[in-house]
Ligand binder design. Structure first.
Ligand code: FE
Length: 294
């Protein structure tokens, strides 16, 4: 089976791009790579031209998911799998591919109607990523941007879609009173996407996670968020399944951002699916409330 290989980028429609520029640079420690003519902010965290695109307008939610494959043959193979799953796939125009700074791109809607794209050939930059507030660096590379939690209409149907059409593999489940949340991987990162049930009026995105290279980056950012009165959605803690040491902050768009380190890696040749009876070994106070309030 062909599989996407990483999360390349995420696009959002945001009501306050100016606040996002301040937040991305001063709090997250990322760089502004480019400001588009329409006010779009391209935000950089590694050697890629961008990993996040914040478009003015929209409903402060996920606008599109940008998956990546290594080459054209894999793109065509995944497109065939999408077709077999009765998903309508469109070839993006060269202009659309340029707007995303990739060589080639296909577009479709996932099972929940979330705009999704798969590309290969991302634009990489020769000038080194330098954090404006000296974060030692973000852990990306073959593990991709990070992970995100998508609120879906039907967990089982969405799980089937992401496994059979997109080629993602289950890492494990966390059992909550409301049901089992599946965590899926497509590279050594423990999970790139997890699926939770969507509340009627809730956002499609619950949170995205970025991983930093050192525990000090997490600790310094934890203190900074408190000094700068950034809302803390969940306190410092360590997750049961991916072992991430992290905390969750509120973003200018209301959804949360997990900021963590020491995430576990998956080796498909030895991995066995597990089910965990809680989300955290310790800490993360407030997290369940954020999922229930979604
Ligand atoms: Fe997370």
């Amino acid at each position: 089976m062909a599989s996407v290989s990483q999360l390349s980028y995420l696009g959002f429609g945001v009501s306050n791009p100016q606040e996002w520029e301040r937040f991305a640079t001063e709090i997250l420690g990322m760089q502004i790579s480019e400001r588009g003519g329409d006010g779009t902010l391209m935000i950089r965290m590694d050697d890629r031209h961008y990993r996040f695109a914040m478009h003015p307008g929209g409903n402060d939610d996920l606008a599109y998911i940008g998956w990546e494959v290594p080459d054209r043959a894999t793109l065509m193979a995944v497109a065939d799998q999408l077709g077999a799953a009765r998903i309508e796939v469109a070839q993006a125009t060269p202009e659309e591919a340029h707007a995303r700074r990739v060589v080639e791109l296909i577009k479709f809607r996932d099972l929940n109607g979330v705009a999704s794209e798969i590309s290969y050939g991302p634009m990489v930059r020769q000038d080194r990523f330098v954090s404006p507030r000296q974060v030692s660096g973000f852990t990306t590379g073959d593990c991709g941007l990070g992970h995100f939690i998508l609120a879906v209409d039907d967990i089982q149907a969405s799980l089937d879609f992401y496994m059979t059409a997109m080629g993602l593999r289950v890492s494990d489940f966390i059992a909550f009173p409301a049901g089992k949340i599946p965590f899926l991987h497509c590279n050594p990162r423990h999970h790139t996407i997890a699926l939770i049930p969507k509340a009627r009026s809730g956002k499609r995105i619950n949170h995205f996670m970025v991983e930093v290279n050192s525990v000090d980056d997490v600790g310094i950012t934890w203190e900074l968020c408190q000094e700068r009165k950034v809302p803390i959605v969940a306190s410092l803690g360590r997750h049961t399944n991916d072992k991430m040491l992290s905390f969750y902050m509120g973003s200018p768009s209301g959804f949360a951002i997990e900021y963590g380190c020491e995430g576990r890696r998956v080796d498909d040749s030895t991995w066995k699916v597990e089910m965990h009876d809680s989300g955290s070994l310790w800490g993360h106070r407030g997290l369940m409330g954020s999922i229930e309030r979604r």
